[in-house]
Design a binder for this molecule. Structure first.
Ligand code: NI
Length: 134
């Protein structure tokens, strides 16, 4: 079993806010991340595909095709956007790294050119990274 990973980056704004809660509850759970004036992150996204190597090409997955799909389906929708207000596939969810990673998985899972999607890794800060494995 081989795993191939493509890395992409994007910048986006968000706030962690659950509209079902009071402001005090949001402040208690999300702290500074819930502030109404938004804040941003330089996200690093890694998309991993597992499977067997094609003996003819020597590739598990063509990384140029994978890059184009990630950019078209994910990066172009998230980069320099407000994740709370601008992204249709994040509508109605709190844009935590966990929820973003899961939404990215769902967007890519049936579009991988060969092999199978096996991990979405989203780094939100230098110290915080989330992995979603389906
Ligand atoms: Ni944040």
């Amino acid at each position: 079993m081989t795993v191939v990973t493509r890395r992409e980056t994007f910048c986006a704004a968000h706030r962690l806010f659950n509209p079902a809660w009071t402001d005090a509850m949001n402040e208690e759970v999300y702290g500074a991340c819930s502030r109404a004036s938004w804040h941003g992150h330089n996200y690093e996204l890694e998309v991993s595909v597992e499977g067997d190597i094609d003996p003819e090409t020597g590739f598990l997955v063509n990384l140029k095709l994978l890059r184009d799909i990630i950019r078209e389906e994910v990066v172009s929708k998230l980069d320099h956007r407000n994740l709370n207000t601008d992204v249709d596939f994040l509508a109605g969810v709190v844009p935590t790294a966990e929820n973003i990673a899961m939404a990215v998985w769902r967007r890519l899972e049936n579009k991988i050119p060969s092999g199978r999607l096996c991990c979405i890794r989203l780094r939100e800060t230098e110290n915080n990274v989330v992995e979603y494995r389906g």
